[in-house]
Write a protein that binds this ligand. Structure first.
Ligand code: MG
Length: 346
């Protein structure tokens, strides 16, 4: 048996090329808490977790405090081979705090890969860790968003994600139409309102988009996270597919959404689920319920994006990838090969 003997942590921060704004906040760097777990046999596993105060409800400082006070002490001395018990120890040590838990899980999976001499995608049951991602346009003045959209299409992206929901429905529809006209109808659009619309606004938006016949793949989180009944109503209109993001953190959330068939798709982010094990359960449940999934991300450094790519590569029900944060940092992401919108783990 091999015990966990040491866990260290530090903050990593990669400045973005330009600040990124959603309906909720502005981000200027891809930041994370990086943990290193050392086993008695000398192996070291690395993982990172990125908090997001408006989504996961935590910060770098709170992640570090929870690791120091609760999570690290609960893992030191545990047997590495007791895998399920290790994962349960992390889950049950404290409520919430998913990014800190994700960092530890990734480090444990990294150790497992080293012990089994395999890659994460193989370990999870897949063959190749490759995805094609969309590219997200943050909220900026219209002309700037149109310019950025054109640049992304020139770089090879065939799907753009547009952040809406902070500027009123009329402006939102005008923005979507203007961008679509600028890049052409073959470029698919994904819309993310980040809870920014009321039920009435969302219905208005769906109807306007249907009339405009724009190439919209889905609308992500149009309503407040807790408005499951509202999401179900929108989904049942069958005008455009509806995706849950902020409404779907845990397996328990997924049960509610799937039982009600309240959405067409669920956006799984490893920072919401606290790592890979809960994400696998959510994806399996959604697959059994006829609900497809997207793999998404916060503004994260490479380590956790590699895990997200492996997760997507291993699961057929992951229909879409939104892992564009690696394109946003000034520094080129280590450990990944980028070919236009295609991301591959090296
Ligand atoms: Mg979202």
């Amino acid at each position: 048996m091999t015990k966990i003997t040491k866990i260290t942590q530090k903050i990593i921060s990669l400045p973005l090329k330009t600040p990124f704004t959603t309906a909720r906040h502005t981000v200027t760097a891809a930041q994370a808490v990086q943990v290193e777990i050392t086993l008695a046999n000398g192996l070291v596993g690395v993982g990172t977790g990125t908090p997001n105060e408006v989504v996961t409800g935590d910060t770098l400082a709170s992640c570090q405090a929870v690791l120091t006070d609760v999570l690290i002490p609960s893992l030191i001395g545990c047997e590495f081979e007791a895998w399920e018990k290790l994962l349960a120890t992390i889950k049950n040590a404290i409520q919430g705090n998913q990014p800190a838990k994700a960092a530890l899980e990734f480090a444990l999976y990294d150790l497992r890969c080293q012990i089994y001499h395999t890659t994460l995608v193989n370990l999870l049951g897949g063959q190749t860790a490759t995805v094609t991602t969309d590219m997200t346009l943050g909220i900026k003045p219209l002309e700037q968003m149109v310019q950025e959209a054109k640049e992304f299409v020139q770089q090879g992206f065939t799907t753009l994600k547009i952040k809406v929901g902070s500027n009123g429905i009329t402006n939102d529809i005008n923005l979507i139409r203007t961008i679509s006209e600028a890049v052409g109808p073959e470029i698919k659009l994904r819309l993310d309102a980040n809870q920014g619309w009321s039920r009435m606004e969302a219905v208005q938006a769906l109807r306007a988009l249907a009339i405009a016949n724009l190439p919209v793949e889905f609308i992500e989180q149009p309503l407040a996270a807790g408005d499951i009944a509202g999401l179900k109503e929108l989904t049942q209109l069958h005008i455009l597919p509806i995706m849950a993001d902020e409404s779907a953190f845990s397996y328990a959330d997924a049960i509610t959404l799937c039982k009600e068939h309240a959405v067409d798709y669920v956006n799984i982010k490893l920072m919401k689920t606290g790592g890979l094990s809960e994400a696998e359960k959510i994806n399996d449940l959604c697959a059994a319920s006829g609900i497809g999934c997207m793999i998404g991300c916060m503004i994260e450094p490479t380590n956790s994006i590699q895990a997200a790519i492996a997760f997507a590569g291993a699961h057929e029900n992951i229909k879409f990838a939104d892992l564009d944060s690696v394109y946003m940092t000034k520094e080129a992401p280590a450990g990944l090969e980028l070919a236009g919108p295609e991301l591959r783990v090296k």
